[in-house]
Design a protein around this ligand. Structure first.
Ligand code: MG
Length: 203
């Protein structure tokens, strides 16, 4: 199982971090050890002083494939979840300055919190899914899949040109504006529409 993540997929978020809007998807990976299931505690990593949440929709891959055309991409994922791409922003800023890969800032243990998956049904409009994150009960991030620069299907097409997709892989599809810091004691809740699917405390 692998976790593939898309960066800078919402124009407003790219802007808030001072990044250009990309002309093709920005891709990075998290290992299996990064996975944190819903309701498990998240422990603040000792190597960072600036931990950020990034609330994202996550796809569940249900079919093996490579070189998948976007018109067939819908056959390759069958579930959607909400997740948090935890990021050590101070470390990432240092690495970016040096032109180095983001691994230390993005792929650490428990950095991929993922809720249970909702099955994608034919009636679901994949271009109009609302999702959000609350910190200590206050709304911090609000996104809609229709605002993605690269749609689910074009993401699948693009990543499958580089990596085979396998059953059980998961794809973080990028975060909307409103990312921010969290500290020990914060409670994070993530929603798809009005359904709370992920809840965790920073310990
Ligand atoms: Mg992200």
């Amino acid at each position: 199982m692998k976790i593939i993540c898309i960066g800078r997929n919402y124009a407003e978020h790219a802007k808030e971090l001072g990044n250009a809007v990309p002309d093709e998807p920005v891709i990075f990976m998290k290992p299996k050890s990064a996975l944190l299931q819903s309701h498990a505690p998240f422990y603040y990593p000792e190597f960072t002083n600036e931990l950020h949440y990034e609330c994202e929709l996550v796809l569940r891959i249900c079919k093996n494939g490579k070189y998948i055309q976007s018109k067939f991409a819908g056959n390759y994922y069958n579930g959607i979840a909400v997740g948090i791409d935890f990021t050590a922003r101070d470390i990432q800023d240092e690495l970016k300055k040096k032109g180095l890969p983001w691994g230390k800032a993005k792929a650490f243990d428990n950095s991929a919190a993922i809720s249970n998956f909702i099955d994608i049904t034919p009636g679901l409009n994949k271009k109009n899914i609302n999702f959000s994150l609350k910190k200590n009960g206050e709304l911090m991030q609000k996104g809609n899949s229709g605002d993605m620069i690269f749609s689910f299907d074009s993401i699948i097409e693009h990543i499958s040109n580089y990596f085979s997709l396998n059953i059980g892989d998961m794809v973080f599809t990028g975060t909307p504006a409103g990312v921010g810091e969290c500290v020990v004691g914060d409670e994070l809740e993530c929603y798809i529409e009005n359904q709370k699917l992920l809840e965790l405390e920073i310990k």
